[in-house]
Design a protein. Structure first.
Ligand SMILES: C[S@@+](CC[C@H](N)C(=O)[O-])C[C@H]1O[C@@H](n2cnc3c(N)ncnc32)[C@H](O)[C@@H]1O
Length: 502
């Protein structure tokens, strides 16, 4: 390893994930729900952007001017290719964090984001990042940090230790990362198969190991086999961030905003007794055995008065991203059983109003259901609840959408063209949401055929079949393809139209 990599895996490329928590538009609703003033985001920065799908989608789909770095030159090269396709004005570097922080030409940022980086780098790099945030995040600006958390990783950390020790044992240096990872995993599998006392006492380890066996090797290399791997308790991270002068604002995970659904009465009661915000987060992490935290932190945070918060919330817009908007059965059942949170009399009219596939502001929603005696607070609870099911997302203004559309069209055309050669990207950009939307490879192939003038499901099946046949994997799934094309016509395509993708 060279000094520049500082123990980080660089000979295996990472996966092409998309992470909505890095979308500044999504951040608004979370912060306002928690009562914080939300800054206008003009400049943003992603540190360790990986293959750069998130930064590219966010830069193409919004007016935010993004900067970012990832020292893996192959990652940066791929990210630049996406930027060239969309024509978005993104500044992408292949600097190490250290070199990037020294650049004289960086602006001050309204938003700095790191996803899946913090836990896998050295203390020295964490210190560099904290200093970068201290110097480069504007007052009022937001830091997004996504990292491996404790106690969720506590039991499995010994399996990770064992695998890394195996991969690094003497005499294996020449084997290459991929081969050493495979051997290490097979070794751990053999050990766990001997029914060790450790696994008996920590049975959840076996479950997690089963999941690991199914994971993409590129993900495994970056998740488990870096020299540094440091899941942290919330308060440890809070101490790390103290020099950056940021304060914890709220979770970027909407599930954490709907305690009435995700926690029992006793758990909510206990959390209510804990007044220290840091300890409260740790208690919450114990309650749900959290393995990953997605958090927003604010520099010089300012709370809004209740009327100012209500005013700001009324302006936020949301849009449905599912074919038929409803709450999942288990959510409806839990609400009815717990008798907490919005009941059916509240959520049903709100769902009905949201179902027309147009962006609607919370103020408009409030007006639409006011005659039923539903308050803004209930509207907000319901909106957060539906958002926690990923059925609605934040929507930007029509003018912003119109300006972003040419860039998202170009980026999406490039991504769905790529789908002919592989399925590693499963998110494309929406100019309405300023972010990505999940779409499987087959649906991308259908979308490509649709955009090339194929109007009927048969046309899409024919085009997709050509691609699959060329790969030699088309063995009688014609019925399935036809069914999928029908579902695409009835469900996916209307949603893609709503999101100004098709
Ligand atoms: C686990 S990956 C996460 C990538 C991306 N954020 C995501 O979630 O898909 C961590 C990334 O950080 C980059 N990285 C690690 N250490 C770095 C450093 N010192 N300077 C710049 N980039 C670094 C790696 O190359 C890698 O792409």
């Amino acid at each position: 390893m060279t000094d520049r990599t500082d123990g980080y895996v660089t000979d295996v490329g990472y996966t092409h994930g998309y992470y909505p928590e890095l979308n500044p538009l999504r951040m608004r609703l979370a912060l306002l729900h928690a009562g914080f003033r939300v800054p206008n985001i003009a400049t943003a920065c992603e540190l360790g952007f990986g293959q750069g799908l998130s930064i590219n989608i966010h830069a193409a789909a919004s007016p935010v001017h993004w900067y970012g770095t990832d020292f893996n030159a192959a990652h940066a090269g791929f990210a630049r290719q996406l930027a060239a396709a969309s024509g978005a004005d993104i500044a992408l570097f292949d600097d190490s964090f250290e070199d990037f922080a020294r650049r004289p030409d960086l602006p001050a940022f309204d938003f700095i984001a790191l996803h899946g980086v913090w836990s896998w780098i050295s203390d020295r790099n964490r210190t560099l990042i904290v200093d970068f945030v201290r110097r480069r995040l504007k007052a009022g600006g937001v830091l997004y940090l996504g990292y491996n958390a404790l106690p969720g990783w506590a039991a499995f950390s010994s399996v990770r230790h064992l695998m890394v020790e195996h991969a690094n044992r003497a005499g294996t240096e020449g084997r290459g990362t991929a081969a050493r990872i495979d051997e290490a995993i097979r070794f751990a599998e053999k050990l766990l198969a001997t029914d060790p006392e450790y696994a008996r006492r920590n049975p959840q380890v076996l479950e997690r190991f089963e999941v690991l066996l199914e994971e993409d090797r590129r993900y495994l290399a970056h998740e488990y086999f870096n020299r540094d791997w440091a899941p942290m308790h919330f308060e440890t991270v809070a101490r790390w961030l103290e020099p950056a002068a940021v304060r914890y604002a709220c979770s970027a995970t909407f599930n954490d905003h709907v305690d009435f659904l995700s926690l029992t009465d006793r758990q909510r009661g206990l959390l209510g007794e804990v007044h220290d915000p840091g300890l409260r987060e740790s208690v919450r992490d114990f309650i749900i055995n959290r393995t990953f935290r997605h958090d927003y932190w604010v520099k010089g945070a300012r709370m809004l008065s209740e009327p100012a918060r209500a005013e700001a919330l009324r302006r936020e817009r949301v849009i449905s991203v599912v074919p038929r908007l409803d709450l999942p059965f288990k959510v409806r059942a839990a609400l009815a059983l717990n008798k907490t949170g919005p009941g059916e009399a509240v959520y049903a009219p709100i769902l009905e109003r949201l179902a027309d596939r147009r962006a609607v502001s919370l103020g408009e929603l409030e007006q639409a259901v006011k005659h039923k005696g539903i308050s803004l607070t209930q509207v907000l609870d319901t909106v957060m609840l539906i958002a926690s099911c990923d059925h609605i997302v934040a929507a930007q203004d029509d003018a912003v959408m119109a300006a972003a559309r040419p860039r998202t069209d170009k980026l999406n055309a490039h991504l769905i063209e790529r789908a002919r050669f592989g399925g590693d990207i499963t998110d494309i950009a929406s100019p309405i949401t300023g972010g990505g939307i999940h779409i499987e490879r087959l649906e991308q192939l259908f979308l490509a055929a649709f955009q090339q003038g194929g109007t009927r499901p048969d046309d899409w099946v024919r085009e997709a079949s050509k691609v699959i046949a060329a790969e030699g994997t088309l063995e009688g799934p014609a019925v399935d393809l036809a069914k999928r094309a029908q579902t695409f016509a009835e469900q996916t395509l209307p949603t893609l139209r709503t999101l100004r993708i098709a």
